[in-house]
Structures are given as C-alpha cells and as structure tokens.
Design a protein around this ligand. Structure first.
Ligand code: CMP
Length: 131
C-alpha cells in the first residue's frame, strides 16, 4: 500500500516504477481512501500500541494506492526494496529512504508474511486464495 504521504506528495508514479523495475508483477491495483474504521481494521494487530490512533488518523487522512504484487521470494524482496520502518534507518536507495519523512508517514506498507499477504490482499480485493 502506498500511504497518504507518498500519494499526496506526488510519488505514486515513481514508486510504482521502482516496484516494476525491481521485478514485481502487479496483479491488482486500486486508488482509494480508507475511513477511520477501515484503517483501524487493516491495522487491527496494532490496536493496543500507543501509536494506533495516530496511525489510523494518518492512514485515513488522504488517498492510498493498494496493490497485490507477485514475485518469487516476494515478501523478503519487497521488504528489502522498501527499507526499514523508520526511514532514518532505511538503506540508501530504498523506497522509504527516498520518499518517506517519518516512522508514521513512511510512504509504503508491505505485508510481513505470505499469510498476512493473503489477508491484506483480500482486504482490498477478493479473489486471492493462495500464493
Ligand atoms: P507499517 O509497515 O505500515 O506497519 C505499521 C505502521 O505503524 C508502520 O508501518 C509505521 O508507519 C506505523 N508506526 C507509527 N509509529 C510507529 C512506531 N513507534 N513503531 C512502529 N511502527 C510505527
């Protein structure tokens, strides 16, 4: 998911280009906006964290781009491509290093496991049953 900061700062095209040129195939994509309720459900796992309310406010503050990507070793390779959660710690050339400002406004989200990728894909789209 390309987050509201990156969409509103005009980085969507550059980020998609980087994803494709890194070998990922886009199999679904949607430009949309999350309500507070849907953002809360997406990040349900973080509901007890101190940053949850700010995260939900931020994630519902503007449009996002959701996508389902395919590649061998996709989870690990995508996490390398996007860089560390905190952009200050993200390797040079990673998407968060290039386009993110803070740990909250960190430009992009990637699923952290195949299981969560299926859950998150079906959050936005509804035909993903396997990987
Ligand atoms: P993301 O990969 O989308 O998953 C949860 C998000 O919570 C994370 O990226 C960050 O943008 C956000 N977040 C905000 N504050 C923190 C924090 N202190 N630690 C981890 N994640 C945080």
């Amino acid at each position: 998911m390309i987050k509201p900061d990156a969409v509103s700062n005009g980085h969507t095209g550059k980020i998609i280009d980087k994803i494709i040129s890194s070998g990922f195939k886009i199999v679904a994509m949607k430009y949309t906006r999350l309500s507070e309720e849907t953002a809360g459900r997406f990040y349900d796992i973080h509901r007890q964290r101190p940053f949850f309310k700010d995260l939900v406010d931020f994630m519902s503050s503007g449009p996002i781009v959701a996508a389902v990507l395919e590649k061998d070793n996709a989870i690990e390779d995508f996490r390398k491509l996007i860089g560390a959660t905190d952009p200050q710690k993200a390797e040079p050339g990673t998407i968060r290093n290039l386009f993110a400002k803070s740990i909250e406004a960190n430009a992009i989200h990637g699923s952290d496991s195949n299981e969560n990728a299926i859950i998150e894909a079906n959050f936005f789209f509804n035909q993903f049953e396997r990987f």
